[in-house]
Write a protein of this length. Structure first.
Length: 78
C-alpha cells in the first residue's frame, strides 16, 4: 500500500511539474537596449532598400551580348 501511494505521488508530481513550469514571469515590455537595437536594424534595412532602388535605377536596360564577336554582322554578310 505504501509503495502504491509513493508511486502515485511520483506520477502526479511528474504530471504537474510541466504545467507549473509554464507559468513563468509576467510579460514585460522590451528593454531600452532591445528598442535601440530594433531601431538600428530598421535603419540598416532602410539603407539596404534604398541602395537596391538606386542600383535598379542606375542599371542599364540593355544587356551585353557575350556572343557578339562570334556572330557575323550585317556588314560581314554582304
Amino acid at each position: 500500500m505504501l509503495r502504491f501511494l509513493i508511486g502515485l505521488v511520483v506520477v502526479v508530481a511528474a504530471l504537474v511539474s510541466p504545467a507549473y513550469a509554464q507559468k513563468g514571469q509576467p510579460a514585460q515590455g522590451p528593454s531600452p537596449e532591445e528598442i535601440d537595437k530594433r531601431r538600428q536594424e530598421q535603419a540598416l534595412d532602410a539603407q539596404y532598400r534604398s541602395a537596391l532602388k538606386r542600383m535598379k535605377q542606375d542599371s542599364a536596360p540593355a544587356r551585353p551580348d557575350p556572343w557578339a564577336n562570334a556572330r557575323e554582322t550585317d556588314v560581314q554578310k554582304r
